[in-house]
Design a binder for this molecule. Structure first.
Ligand code: FAD
Length: 405
């Protein structure tokens, strides 16, 4: 009998967790499982801001996919997906194609730039190891260059972060730690460096408790971060940005604009024939695409409505990994010939945003607020928990974060 073919696209939080859970649930003869990913490693997307600021080496936040999959049960294909053809049960890769009986789409996020002029060409985004490494090197190059030019160029030392949401604030926290180190390293007066956050809303961290937001702003301002709130980014140029606040325009000289103000699902979803809502598949409770019964969608490519807030759940690693549990269970059930499929229900384990080394804010156990050191320890617990879930205690010991002081 032919084994059903299961193809999983993307080895991020959603895809890799689905794979490792599925390989435990199925025997070698139950299914032919193939995992496709651009790189031969998994990276912790939630740590990329640290790589980008240069506070964590990129190798700390990534590990080989072959180290966590069972190669007796899962074929790993390192390739780039170029198209999903659900009507033909087929996926097109840069170097070939795969057909499937069941598909899991877990291709993650990409930056949403909302058509702002110059942003795609001139801003950096924090979306992969390679993008984050480029930001780190770009900042270091500009600091190194500053003292090697006869005419001092302030745009080299001004760093603009677009967006005061979760990613933007976590990146600012790392930058606030890193800039004094860079100044020392490159003989630059710290007072010459500006770290500027541009946020269109009147406050940072929408959805966070106001007391926590105030704490975060005070922490970052005390370390030299300037906030431009209620300010729209109108244009991004190679050597500066234009913002508009209260009808007034202002130009800020900078060679470094990092755009962290919005993500969308991988464009391949919108380009496929999967029914979608603004680029994401609004999945059924069992995480299948309404238009294609044999396609599961998890992580940032999936849209699930939170009935309590009447808004979609935000794209997070926490949700992606919880969806993966349900997806693996449901896939195993279907592959083995049927039975009851589980419905996804979000179990909120809390949210913690880092503000740099030893500082963070968060809410756990529903409404317990955390600040400072205790929140930062909790953040490391969360980071280590993600490693534990995919690769067990061995991976935690190899890659985990333990520097709590
Ligand atoms: P990803 O984890 O992004 O995985 C997608 C995978 O698909 C990647 O391996 C990618 O290489 C691969 N891929 C993409 N395109 C292709 C292609 N064409 N072909 C082959 N492979 C491809 N969430 C939290 O819950 N808590 C946090 O504290 C938090 N902090 C964050 C901090 C930062 C800086 C960022 C950027 C995000 C943060 N998030 C956080 C959000 C979280 O990272 C995402 O929601 C999560 O990564 C989504 O998981 P995913 O599996 O959908 O996608």
């Amino acid at each position: 009998m032919n084994k059903p073919k299961v193809v999983i696209l993307g080895a991020g939080y959603g895809g890799l967790t689905t794979t490792v859970k599925l390989q435990k649930k199925l025997g070698v003869n139950d299914a032919h499982i193939t995992l496709v990913n651009k790189h031969d490693y998994h990276y912790e997307s939630t740590w990329l801001h640290e790589t980008a600021a240069g506070t964590l080496h990129h190798d700390r936040g990534r590990y080989a996919i072959k180290d966590v999959i069972n190669s007796g049960k899962v074929d790993f294909v390192q390739d780039t997906v170029t198209a999903i053809k659900p009507d033909e049960n087929k996926v097109i890769l840069e170097n070939g194609e795969l057909d499937y009986d069941y598909l899991v789409v877990a291709l993650g996020f990409e930056a949403a730039t909302f058509g702002i002029p110059g942003l795609i060409e001139n801003a950096f985004t924090i979306g992969s190891v390679n993008q984050s490494r480029l930001i780190r090197q770009h900042i270091e190059y500009n600091f190194a260059k500053y003292n090697n030019e006869s005419e001092k160029n302030e745009s080299r030392l001004n760093i603009v972060v677009g967006g005061g949401g979760f990613t933007g604030i976590e990146f600012l926290g790392e930058l606030a730690d890193r800039v004094p180190q860079l100044c020392k390293e490159y003989d630059i007066d710290r007072n010459l460096v500006r770290i500027i956050n541009v946020e269109a809303m009147p406050s940072i961290l929408p959805g966070f408790d106001p007391q926590l937001v105030e704490y975060a702003m005070n922490s970052l301002e005390s370390r030299g971060v300037e906030f431009k709130l209620g300010a729209m980014l109108k244009e991004c140029k190679p050597d500066g940005i234009v913002i508009e606040k209260d009808g007034e325009q202002e130009e800020i000289a900078t060679n470094t604009t990092v755009w962290a103000a919005g993500v969308r699902a991988n464009h391949l979803v919108e380009e496929s024939s999967l029914e979608h809502n603004r680029g994401k598949v609004e999945v059924k409770p069992d995480l299948r695409a309404p238009s294609h019964e044999n396609v599961f969608v998890v992580g940032d490519c999936a849209l699930i409505w939170n009935k309590e807030t009447d808004r979609p759940y935000p794209p997070t690693a926490q949700i992606a990994m919880q969806e993966a549990d349900v997806c693996a269970h449901n896939l195993a059930t279907l592959v083995k010939g049927g039975g009851d499929l589980e419905s996804f229900e979000f179990n909120n384990q809390g949210t913690v945003a880092s503000l740099g080394h030893g500082d963070a804010i968060g809410v756990i156990f529903g409404n317990k607020k955390l600040f400072g050191w205790s929140a930062s320890v909790m953040k490391k617990v969360i980071d280590n928990r993600a490693l534990l879930k995919v690769g067990g205690i061995g991976l935690v010991l190899k890659k985990g974060k333990f520097n709590i002081f």
